[in-house]
Structure formats: structure tokens, C-alpha cells
Design a binder for this molecule. Structure first.
Ligand code: ADP
Ligand code: ADP
Length: 229
């Protein structure tokens, strides 16, 4: 359970500009594939396509051997945990944001997930910009804290497949280590596709895909890629 396959995927947001030009890779259940490459190469686009925010023009994306066009949107999204780089929070408490998609979770489960993601101390807080009858109030969360809300949500959701976009922004070392620990925890034993910016992720990945200008320029384990140089 939890295999992902991209089969000769072609995609363009605008018909006159091809973004992905024939991408093929397979992630076996429980394995990790890291996607690296320069900005604009199409890495985030791959994550959006897996979640079916857009439909591809050619090729196929399969989850557990099934074309995602034949899977109901809810079951597809229930199977995938998405931790984007820029998490957009709902206009409600952190606890609500963590619980999203798992409304049956108990308060203790929400609290536990929050603690694992290092945000246990402020789950009743409201994000900055929260609008209420008494005007604007709320807690200003950093990018890293918002990402931890997404991690807590994913810990609670416990999906078979994980789609992670590691932060590029210069988080302070302590925060970065805490986020890394939470990400390691949530990806253990799950099929993971990670847009990797950290060397540690790349080293431990079962396969690294180097994306350049919408094509796979190189692929292999960290050792393989070093040997080729
Ligand atoms: P990466 O994650 O590797 O930096 P992206 O997948 O975000 O790359 O983007 C690949 C290309 O697609 C970029 O040139 C980007 O400008 C373009 N792009 C991304 N999103 C959209 C969109 N919604 N509409 C049109 N072009 C887009
Ligand atoms: P539901 O399955 O409850 O209808 P959605 O399909 O909206 O929920 O989203 C399921 C999961 O996808 C949620 O965990 C949410 O974090 C994530 N998600 C939804 N929209 C986006 C988005 N635009 N970017 C990144 N993640 C998203």
C-alpha cells in the first residue's frame, strides 16, 4: 500500500510553455524519493499534480497502480499527506487547523500530534490576521511554525503517502533540527516524495531525482550520483 508512479508525465500550465517534459519515476511502498534541482525546474509542480490540483496533458500518475484520474478526489487526498513549504492556515485555532481532515480525532490526539511537531504550547492560539467581531487579533506564526502545523496535521492524519517540501528559508538551526526531527518521525515507514533542500535527506533517500528544466537530468542514490562526477 502506498506506491506512487509517474509515467511519462507532461504538463503545462499554459499551452505555450511546457513545464514537465516526460517525467517517469516509481516510489515503492515505504521508500523515499528526493527531488532536487534549481528553482523553476518543476519540483513543486510534481507535488501539485500528485494531489491533482491540475490535470496532466500526457502520461499517467498512478497511486497503488490506479490512475489518479479514476480515483475519487477525497480518497486520493485522504491517502496523501502534504506538507507544503508555505502552509496557508484556516482562519481558526491552531487545534482546528491540526484537526482538519480528521474531525473524529480526540483532543488528546490533537495535543499529542502538536507536541510531536513542537507546537504543543499554543494550540488554542489563533493565527495572526484572525478577524472577529472585536477586531483583528491573533498570534503571528513564523513560516517554520506554520509548517509545523502542517506536520502536526499530517502526524494526526497518518496517510500512507507523504509529499514534503522542505523549507529553503534560513530557519535558525534549533528550529530546523526540530522540524527535521518531526519530519523524520512522520515519514518513517511511509512512502515519501520529498522536495529536498537538506543534504541529510538526499543522503538517506532511496533514489534522488535531479530535475532540470522539466526533465530528469540525473537519477540514482547519493553514492551513484557522486560516482558519476
Ligand atoms: P520549482 O518548485 O522547481 O521551483 P515550480 O514547479 O514551482 O518549480 O515551477 C516550475 C515553472 O512553472 C516555473 O517557471 C514557474 O514559474 C511556473 N509556474 C508555477 N506555477 C505556475 C502557475 N500556477 N501558472 C503558470 N506557471 C506556473
Ligand atoms: P478534505 O479531504 O478534508 O476535503 P482537502 O482535500 O481540502 O481536505 O485537503 C486534504 C489535505 O490537503 C489537507 O491535509 C490539507 O492540508 C491539504 N491541502 C489542501 N489544500 C492544499 C493546498 N492548496 N496546498 C497544500 N496542501 C493542501
Amino acid at each position: 500500500e502506498g506506491t506512487v508512479e509517474f509515467r511519462d508525465v507532461h504538463f503545462a500550465y499554459d499551452p505555450d510553455r511546457q513545464i514537465l517534459k516526460g517525467i517517469s519515476f516509481k516510489v515503492a511502498a515505504g521508500k523515499t524519493v528526493a527531488i532536487v534541482g534549481p528553482s523553476g525546474a518543476g519540483k513543486s509542480t510534481i507535488s501539485r499534480l500528485l494531489f491533482r490540483f491540475y490535470d496532466i496533458q500526457q502520461g499517467a500518475i498512478l497511486v497503488d497502480g490506479q490512475d489518479i484520474r479514476d480515483v475519487a478526489q477525497e480518497s486520493l487526498r485522504a491517502a496523501i499527506g502534504m506538507v507544503p513549504q508555505d502552509t496557508v492556515l484556516f482562519n481558526d485555532t491552531i487545534a482546528y487547523n491540526i484537526r482538519y481532515g480528521r474531525t473524529d480525532a480526540t483532543e488528546a490526539e490533537v495535543q499529542k500530534a502538536a507536541e510531536l511537531a513542537q507546537i504543543g504550547s499554543f494550540i488554542e492560539a489563533l493565527p495572526a490576521g484572525y478577524k472577529s467581531m472585536v477586531g483583528e487579533r491573533g498570534l503571528k506564526l513564523s513560516g517554520g511554525e506554520k509548517q509545523r502545523v502542517a506536520i502536526a496535521r499530517t502526524i494526526l492524519k497518518a496517510p500512507p503517502i507523504l509529499m514534503l517540501d522542505e523549507a529553503t528559508s534560513a530557519l535558525d538551526t534549533h528550529t530546523e533540527q526540530e522540524i527535521q526531527a518531526a519530519l523524520d518521525l512522520v515519514s518513517r515507514g511511509r512512502t515519501t516524495i520529498v522536495i529536498a533542500h537538506r543534504l541529510s535527506t538526499v543522503i538517506s533517500a532511496d533514489e534522488i531525482i535531479v530535475l532540470k528544466d522539466g526533465r530528469i537530468a540525473e537519477r540514482g542514490t547519493h553514492v551513484d550520483l557522486l560516482r558519476e562526477r
